[in-house]
Design a protein around this ligand. Structure first.
Ligand code: CP
Ligand code: NVA
Length: 319
């Protein structure tokens, strides 16, 4: 547990920082944010006001669809006493060719922080390199760090610890997998990932996860066999087989991912008290069966709710 002095230090250290990937934060930073999220959630449920962002505005740009990210950031900002401004890139001058760097500088004149959901991770990096306000990644083709923060909070709520756990991710080696496995490795959780051949994680990200896991006494298991990944797992996690921007590959992907559905038969390989997680949106009958996602092992709506609590901790620390 972090000491009060270390908490103060971390709080100061995080002010003004970006959150583009889980790699931006140390394990101590993450532990601090999770402790903060637990307190913020508890106080909120007890009806206590916490409004450290009064007078502050978060800008939000969505190049892709969103339900959870859009709502949890907007409502979270309101609850923290601030405002959120949602912007459609087609209605900004960026849609008519204004450069990302000019846009980032202009945003910095008005806003206290910005959250971006972008097609390419490079866009968010370019924006952050030119902005003078904290930039938060609300999902790119490569990473989904806010989801990973909420996932860790959910794992902590279910198990009360990270030590000795195994999280198995079954499906596409995508943005969600990258952030989840990196976050777990940082916290010393052993992870296993099973993907069809050709859908493995980005090799550089996998190496980083491997390195972090080793440093923290954990392991990363990479396989093409879902049953092997699920073996004795505490958590089974999956995401869509066709991410936003991949619709043209839909038919091929649905063919290639056959056998990767998390259903009762696959879940029989995990611990009997396993927990099912999914970042949502979900497709019953594809990556997960209805009996699993709607059954007793599933915590997907608690997990979705935790997006807001985890992000309130993040926003109040960075802005
Ligand atoms: N999990 C997640 O990011 O959901 P949205 O796409 O609805 O924001
Ligand atoms: N991998 C999915 C996550 C959606 C929250 C996507 O990028 O579409």
């Amino acid at each position: 547990m972090t000491s009060p002095l270390e908490m103060k230090y971390t709080e100061k250290k995080l002010k003004g920082k970006n959150f583009l990937t889980v790699a931006d934060f140390t394990a101590d930073d993450i532990e601090y944010l999770l402790n903060r999220a637990v307190k913020i959630k508890k106080d909120f449920q007890a009806g206590k006001d916490f409004e450290p962002l009064a007078g502050k505005t978060l800008g939000m740009v969505f190049e892709k669809n969103s339900t959870r990210t859009r709502i949890s950031f907007s409502v979270g900002m309101n609850q923290l006493g601030g405002n959120a401004l949602i912007m459609n890139p087609d209605e900004l001058q960026i849609g008519r060719g204004e450069t990302i760097s000019d846009t980032a500088k202009v945003f910095s004149e008005y806003l206290d922080g910005v959250m971006i959901r972008a097609n390419s991770h490079a866009m968010v990096e370019e924006f952050a390199a030119n902005a003078h306000i904290p930039v938060i990644n609300g999902l790119t083709d490569k990473f989904h760090p806010c989801q990973a923060l909420a996932d860790l909070l959910t794992i902590l709520e279910v198990k009360g610890k990270f030590d000795g756990l195994k999280v198995a991710y079954i499906g596409d080696g995508n943005n969600v997998a990258h952030s989840l496995l990196l976050a777990c490795a940082k916290m010393g959780i052993t992870t296993a990932i099973a993907t069809p051949e050709g859908y493995e994680m980005d090799q550089n990200v996998a190496s980083l996860i491997q390195k972090e896991a080793k440093q923290n006494g954990a392991e990363l298991i990479q396989t093409n066999d879902p049953a092997e990944a699920a073996e004795q797992a505490d958590f089974l996690y999956t995401d869509v087989w066709v991410s936003m921007g991949e619709d043209e590959e839909k038919e091929q992907r649905l063919h290639d991912f056959k056998g990767f559905e998390i259903n009762d038969q696959l879940a029989a390989n995990a611990k009997p008290d396993y927990t099912f997680m999914h970042c949502l949106p979900a497709h019953r009958g594809l990556e997960v069966s209805a009996e699993v996602i709607d059954g007793d092992h599933s915590v997907v709506f608690q997990q979705a709710g935790n997006r807001m609590h985890a992000q309130k901790a993040l926003l109040s620390a960075l802005l």
